[in-house]
Design a protein around this ligand. Structure first.
Ligand code: PEP
Ligand code: MN
Length: 287
């Protein structure tokens, strides 16, 4: 097969040869995506309470995560499911992250909420369901804040890179791509995690790439092996759901790791990272 290519007239800014160097996305807190040190984003699917979030933040910081994740605005399939704590959730994220020396990544669902979320968060997550919400992409682009752009539920690589192009075209070059699996015919896993995109994207774009094995598989047991494989494949980081009591989680319990399972994952990741010339963040002193 010929090499896969995207026409330069469509992908102007995100294409690999648009820049000499690869993009390194830096958060205010000094965390980098795309440098030698991996970005390790961990936390609950949703911010549920001060206690739940703080216990999780403390545990993941102790294990060496450098970014706290957690949804304050949740994109739920049912309008009757828990929708998130909203601004209160953002306040809790900021407080726990500051307590343990972490940065914050959290989802923004609505273009009108971009300034609000950007006040609390270091990085704005565009969820899979919103990957082609072009108004939202332009708004996060105009904000200038670092963006974590998840792959859409059934998005091709080209559609995903074009979504990144919207953010870059709005004047914001701080974009990180996040592979989180795509829909498939097979119900054995929640999604089909596409790890081949990691080296493929390294050829197609200068943007950093992280992998979310939690949504990518939907199964806690599969998260560690896929996180290790992602880093072995060259990912610039991982995004992992962690909950102190997965059985009680308001959302995504079956794919959430317990804190001790996340600690074990981090222990095993160190050797893989070293083998591919990367390293884990230094565990936060504040934890
Ligand atoms: C999430 O990260 O909690 C989330 C909703 O992810 P996705 O958009 O990939 O489904
Ligand atoms: Mn989730």
């Amino acid at each position: 097969m010929d090499r896969y290519e995207i026409p330069a007239r469509e992908l102007k800014l995100a294409r690999r040869d648009a820049r000499a160097d690869r993009t390194v996305v830096r958060l205010r807190s000094g965390v980098t995506f795309g440098g030698e040190t991996l970005a390790i984003c961990a936390g609950p699917c949703a911010v549920e309470s001060a206690e739940q979030l703080d216990a999780t933040a403390r545990a993941v910081a102790q294990s060496g995560a450098n970014v706290l994740r957690g949804g304050a605005f949740k994109p739920r399939t049912s309008p009757y499911a828990f929708q998130g704590l909203g601004e209160r959730g953002l306040e809790l994220l900021r407080a726990s992250a500051d307590r343990y020396g972490l940065a914050v990544v959290t989802e923004v669902l609505d273009p009108r909420d971009v300034p609000l979320v950007a006040r609390y968060a270091d990085m704005l997550q565009i969820g899979a369901r919103n990957m082609q919400n072009f108004a939202l992409l332009r708004e996060v682009g105009a904000s200038g804040a670092p963006v974590l752009l998840k792959r859409g539920l059934s998005a091709t690589v080209e559609e995903w890179l074009m979504a990144a192009e919207y953010v870059l075209d709005a004047g914001n070059e701080h974009v990180v791509l996040c592979e989180r699996g795509v829909r498939s015919f097979d119900a054995a896993t929640r999604n089909l995690l596409d790890l081949s995109v990691v080296p493929l994207l390294a050829d197609l774009t200068h943007l950093p790439v992280v992998v979310d094995p939690s949504h990518g598989t939907g199964v806690a047991r599969l998260v560690e092996p896929m996180a290790l494989a992602a880093v072995a494949a060259g990912a610039d980081g991982i995004l992992v759901e962690v909950h102190p009591e997965p059985g009680e989680a308001a959302s995504d319990g079956p794919q959430s790791l317990r804190p001790q399972e996340f600690a074990a994952l981090m222990g095993h990741l160190a050797g893989i990272a070293a083998a591919v010339g990367r390293r884990l963040p230094a565990a936060s002193l504040a934890a």
